[in-house]
Design a protein around this ligand. Structure first.
Ligand SMILES: [Zn+2]
Length: 131
């Protein structure tokens, strides 16, 4: 049993593990988990978590950018593949004052970086200059 103060109202914390390192969710920032919990509540949708924390090795394996917020525990990707859900998620992330959103074909990324560009939405074809 790992002792940490991290908590989620709606998700098993192991959903945020890097697949190559059991219980690595302990590296997550509570702030981004809180965003996911609030997003879940506002949306009335329990999301599938595609990616939370990533080790440097796993980040490289999945083609993440160098310095990815996932490697700092500041980012979550949730599976979103239809236009109606995408609308709900983006609307509610903005309501929650999330200032960094990446929209991809099959998922939406959000993170709580305080040092990277703020008030940005990038998408899968826009390159990684904001990620
Ligand atoms: Zn991401």
């Amino acid at each position: 049993m790992i002792m940490s103060d991290l908590h989620s109202k709606y998700y098993n914390l192991n959903a945020f593990d890097s697949p190559d390192l059991p219980n690595s969710y302990i590296n997550m920032n509570q702030k981004v988990i809180d965003v996911l919990d609030n997003l879940t509540e506002l949306s009335g949708i329990h999301f599938m978590v595609n990616s939370g924390y990533r080790t440097l090795e796993h980040n490289m394996l999945v083609g993440g950018i160098v310095n990815s917020e996932h490697t700092k525990g500041n980012a979550i990707d949730i599976h979103v593949s239809d236009a109606a859900t995408r609308y709900i998620v983006i609307k509610n992330l903005l309501l929650l004052n999330v200032s960094r959103i990446g929209v991809y074909n099959l998922f939406i990324h959000f993170d709580v970086s305080s040092v990277k560009p703020q008030n940005v939405i990038w998408h899968s074809l826009s390159g990684f200059q904001y990620a």
